[in-house]
Design a protein around this ligand. Structure first.
Ligand code: RB5
Length: 156
C-alpha cells in the first residue's frame, strides 16, 4: 500500500498524486486527510507517514512538504525508514534500486511541482522500482548499524 501525506504546503500536490494513484488502481492511504493548518509541522507529518509505512514491509510512503527536504530529514531519523528526495525519474528509480528507499519525498513549492507530468513520472518510477540487493545490501547493513548504535557515528 502507498501511504501518502503532506503538510499544509502540499495539499494540492498530494491531491494531484492521489488522482494519479487512483487512475493506476494503486491502493493508498491518505494519513493527512484532514484540513492541515498553516501551523502544522512537517516532523509530525513525517512521523504519521513513517509509522504507517513500517506496518508492512511492502508499504511505500510519499511525503510532501514545501521543499521535500525538511520532511526527508525527519523521516530519516526514524529507524527502518530510508527516505529520498527525488527531483527526476533517475533518482526515483535508483533510490529503490540502490538504497531500497521506502519513502519518496517531494517539494510542493519547487519548480518541479509545477510540472504535473514530471511529478507523475517520478512517482511511477519510485513505485515501480525494485531493490537490486547484492553489494547494496552490505551498505544498507551499515546504515542499520548506525541505527542500532542510536545514531552515533562509527570508526570506518
Ligand atoms: C513550511 O513552511 C515549510 O518550512 C515546510 O513545508 C518545508 O519546506 C520544510 O522543509
Amino acid at each position: 500500500m502507498v501511504i501518502i501525506g503532506s503538510d499544509h504546503t502540499g495539499v494540492n500536490l498530494k491531491k494531484q498524486i492521489i488522482e494519479c494513484l487512483k487512475i493506476n488502481h494503486i491502493t493508498y492511504k491518505d494519513v493527512t486527510d484532514y484540513n492541515t493548518q498553516d501551523g502544522d509541522d512537517y516532523p509530525d507529518i513525517a512521523n504519521i507517514i513513517c509509522r504507517n509505512v513500517l506496518k508492512d514491509v511492502n508499504n511505500l510512503g510519499i511525503a510532501i512538504c514545501g521543499t521535500g527536504i525538511g520532511i526527508s530529514i525527519a523521516c530519516n531519523k526514524i529507524h527502518g525508514i530510508r527516505a529520498a528526495v527525488c527531483t527526476d525519474e533517475y533518482m526515483a528509480q535508483m533510490s529503490r534500486a540502490d538504497n531500497n528507499a521506502n519513502v519518496l519525498c517531494l517539494g510542493s513549492r519547487t519548480e518541479l511541482a509545477k510540472d504535473k507530468e514530471k511529478i507523475e513520472n517520478i512517482v511511477n518510477a519510485f513505485l515501480e522500482g525494485f531493490f537490486e540487493g547484492g553489494r547494496h545490501e552490505r551498505r544498507l547493513d551499515k546504515i542499520r548499524q548506525i541505527e542500532i548504535q542510536g545514531g552515533k557515528s562509527y570508526d570506518s
